[in-house]
Design a protein around this ligand. Structure first.
Ligand code: NAG
Ligand code: NAG
Ligand code: NAG
Ligand code: NAG
Ligand code: NAG
Ligand code: NAG
Ligand code: ZN
Length: 478
């Protein structure tokens, strides 16, 4: 609105100054350029219905209030920003908003750690030990499991708790061991990428022992999907299959699996894994979305090292879709820094993170021309120390250029985030602030369906279901 008022004022000043012989740029031209830039943004060409315009006006007012705050949440570390975000009216709106799909979520970090501790560790036969470097390991077993090297003797949690007067401190310590979330100053707790990644991997290993027990696994995925469903996410691409959940919630569109392996394995093992992935793709075409490599890029093998294995499917005329993590690094010029270009050369369907994209103009072009979206996970990138102030995240540029992208949450339980809403808040408020509008949100949600691995007929169905939810959301929040 301010932008529309400005030309009048400028025109007036202009005539006065022209009289004094000053050459001020043509305000009409200026207006044209401002409009051109606005049209290039994500959502810049979305036409809003009269109802949507009403909601947009409300949203725009909330945004003005948000950016006027002294502590601007996207500029702060998420651990400090969370209470501010959660009390923001924009956050409440985003929570209610049908956000479509979560396309970048890891299986062992979907569920609130609180649930793991208060539910899973209270089940019978749950053993625990402390590693020498202060992390936890769990194991379900009818008798004491084999001792682990560099871990304390196994303790049966049931017995341990029975001896305690008050288990609150124990439970809280277990919770804090399995997430990066901390009340301490995050900069002090995690002074470097090496420190934060080490803790991150330790927390994964702790979770692994709880979740890889079959009866827990089933409940865990159910709980994970429930948490996304409650956050108004209708479809998830993760390594999971839970048809039971879909029966209970007919307006949940389901989940598909991206089969993954750690990028620390060697090239000969990856050949076997890729063959296994091809077999799964044949056996479970409806649940297998494709294949990816996980783990820290900076310390793992680059994609090019695995070229033989990754070429295997195509060389046999087999279609194994790839969803590579790539460019989750700020080490420009290193071998792993080529991962984004290599992911594109291997015809990846999407790029996980692509944080390094601005440093690779050719890869960026290819991603745009071929419609290969980036899965942007703002909170993950901040907590894992690629960026401090989210206004400086590369996706702020991508948003302004209308680059194909989706917003996701990567490992919400590790970061103290929940579903997609926290990351949507950071993207909406942090990547553009008042430049964004309801159209931006609408396009981001639609992107998540458009860029999913669902075949065209199911995408159409999902989009129709999403549209119904969206219309209701708009009417209910005018
Ligand atoms: C744990 O979760 C399962 C499945 O959601 C539920 O049936 C059970 O009652 C829960 N147990 C506890 C102790 O919360
Ligand atoms: C148990 O300990 C916690 C923290 O130390 C305390 O807040 C809580 O009140 C205690 N509960 C009982 C029942 O004593
Ligand atoms: C895990 O818990 C133990 C015991 O409370 C503690 O000594 C250790 O520092 C914790 N480690 C982490 C990484 O939170
Ligand atoms: C690759 O790793 C496997 C399993 O760790 C090992 O058995 C094998 O010797 C390794 N191969 C090469 C070529 O290093
Ligand atoms: C990538 O796609 C191109 C064009 O469809 C094809 O020629 C090539 O074999 C594919 N490469 C891989 C590694 O999948
Ligand atoms: C990117 O693509 C555009 C055409 O869409 C082309 O004009 C430009 O030269 C390309 N830039 C790079 C760095 O490849
Ligand atoms: Zn990831």
């Amino acid at each position: 609105m301010e932008v529309q008022r400005r030309p009048v004022a400028v025109a007036c000043v202009l005539s006065c100054l022209l009289a004094l012989g000053m050459s001020i740029p043509d305000p009409g031209r200026r207006e044209e350029l401002i409009k051109l830039e606005a049209s290039m943004r994500v959502g810049g060409n979305v036409r809003l219905s009269p109802e949507e315009k009403l909601l947009d006006a409300r949203l725009s007012k909330l945004m003005q209030e948000e950016v006027a705050k002294e502590d601007f949440p996207p500029a702060l570390h998420f651990f400090k920003a969370r209470p501010l975000i959660r009390s923001s009216p924009i956050y409440s709106l985003l929570q209610k908003m049908p956000k479509g799909a979560a396309l970048h979520v890891h299986d062992f970090a979907m569920v609130d750690v609180e649930w793991l501790v208060r539910n899973v560790t209270y089940r019978p036969h749950c053993y625990m030990c402390y590693t020498d470097d202060g992390s936890l390991r769990f194991f379900f077993s009818s008798g004491p499991p084999k001792p682990l090297t560099q871990c304390s003797p196994w303790t049966l949690l049931e017995k341990l708790r029975a001896k305690m007067v008050n288990v609150t401190d124990l439970d809280n310590s277990l919770i804090s061991n399995m997430t990066l979330w901390t009340q301490e100053d995050p900069e002090e707790a995690y002074p470097s990428q090496d420190v934060v990644w080490k803790r991150f991997e330790q927390a994964f290993l702790a979770t692994l022992g709880l979740v890889s027990y079959a009866p827990v696994f089933k409940d865990y995925y159910h709980e994970g999907l429930s948490q996304f469903y409650r956050d108004n996410v209708m479809y998830v691409e993760v390594r999971a299959l839970l048809t039971q959940f879909v029966e209970e919630h007919p307006d949940f569109f389901g989940a598909r699996i991206i089969y993954t392996v750690h990028r620390g394995i060697n090239a000969s093992v990856l050949i076997l894994v890729v063959k296994e992935a091809m077999k799964l793709q044949v056996d479970f075409p409806e649940t297998m979305a494709g294949f990816d490599l996980v783990g820290r890029e900076d310390t793992g093998w680059p994609l090019w090292y695995f070229r033989e294995a990754l070429s295997l499917p195509a060389s046999q005329g087999f279609k194994l879709p790839y969803f590579f993590h790539a460019g989750e690094t700020d080490q420009e010029g290193t071998e792993v820094d080529q991962n984004m270009l290599d992911a594109l050369l291997f015809n990846t369907s999407r790029i996980g993170h692509g944080f390094a994209v601005l440093r690779h103009p050719v890869a960026k072009n290819l991603s745009r021309l071929n419609g290969v979206p980036l899965e942007v996970c703002p909170i993950s990138n901040q907590v894992l120390k690629l960026v401090t102030d989210l206004r400086n995240h590369p996706a702020a540029v991508l948003m302004s250029e209308g680059h194909p992208l989706v917003i996701s949450s990567d490992d919400p339980s590790m970061f103290g985030a929940s579903g997609l809403s926290d990351d949507f808040y950071e993207a909406f408020v942090g990547f553009g602030g008042p430049s964004n509008n309801l159209g931006s949100l609408k396009e981001l949600a639609m992107n998540s369906i458009r860029y999913s691995s669902l075949p065209p007929n199911l995408q159409e169905k999902a989009m129709a279901l999403w549209q119904t939810k969206w219309n209701t959301f708009v009417i209910e929040n005018l």
